[in-house]
Design a binder for this molecule. Structure first.
Ligand SMILES: CC(=O)N[C@@H]([C@@H](O)[C@H](O)[C@H](O)CO)[C@@H](O)CC(=O)C(=O)O
Length: 230
């Protein structure tokens, strides 16, 4: 079973993908971006190619190159680099997951397929399971973002028994305003060491009260990082 060097917690920066004015990825920025996060914001975990990084608008090759650059530039500076590998095509998602493992990323995250959507929990779990199996040694996080995927399967339902199907499952990135669902996820999994990462910055304080172990966000950095500093 995959087990992260240490549990993913605290602030996780959802990184943007820097572009040039000609629409090419500006790789030269990523090294400085790492230093900015670590030195100026005190943030040592990143979530790459997610919503903020516009991963789904990049080509597979671009996603791989961005992931590689973060892993290379983040080595010995960042604690954990999680790569979002969700895609509509299962094969592409598996390819990205394998690539993340090969380059030495610390974890992968996957959203639900959002065009032809999974119509129930089992269909969604089967998709996630196939992706996770492509990188079985990497901690796996489900990225729940129903407002963008249109997949409304409650996270609490999805988590029920998930490690039986996905042994590398390590946590949830919850980007939804349904705090009842979030609270039930936390409550019903108290015996497990899952990471509960909240993804709606505006509700983070409420989510912390309910048991969030961290946050993946694009706006909150320095001011809130002290919350996890003790
Ligand atoms: C949809 C979206 O971009 N959500 C942001 C939030 O930080 C969001 O910008 C913030 O709550 C403001 O609405 C993060 O959760 C994004 C994120 O984790 C990601 O880039 O994958």
């Amino acid at each position: 079973m995959a087990s992260p060097k240490k549990k993913l917690q605290g602030l996780v920066a959802a990184t943007i993908t820097p572009m040039t004015e000609h629409g090419e990825i500006n790789f030269s920025v990523i090294g400085r971006y790492v230093d900015y996060l670590v030195e100026e914001q005190g943030v040592k975990n990143v979530f790459v190619n997610g919503t903020t990084g516009e991963g789904l608008s990049l080509s597979i090759s671009e996603r791989c190159q961005v992931a590689e650059e973060w892993v290379t530039k983040g080595r010995n500076k960042l604690d954990q680099i999680v790569i979002h590998v969700g895609a509509l095509s299962l094969k592409e998602s598996q390819e990205l997951a394998q690539h993340a493992a090969e380059i030495g990323a610390d974890g992968i995250a996957v959203i639900a397929p959002f065009f032809l959507k999974p119509w129930n929990k089992d269909v969604l779990i089967n998709f996630l399971k196939e992706v996770a199996a492509a990188a079985p040694a990497l901690p796996f996080y489900y990225y729940h973002i129903p407002a963008l995927t249109g997949v409304k399967i409650r996270a609490e339902e999805l988590l029920d028994g998930i490690q039986d199907k996905i042994p590398s499952f390590q946590g949830l990135k919850f980007s939804d305003t349904d705090l009842l669902d979030f609270g039930q996820c936390v409550d019903q999994n108290r015996q497990r060491q899952f990471a509960f990462l909240f993804g709606v910055d505006e509700q983070l304080l409420s989510a912390l009260v309910m048991g969030a172990t961290g946050a993946v966000g694009s706006f909150v950095f320095r001011d809130l990082s002290t919350l996890w500093s003790n």
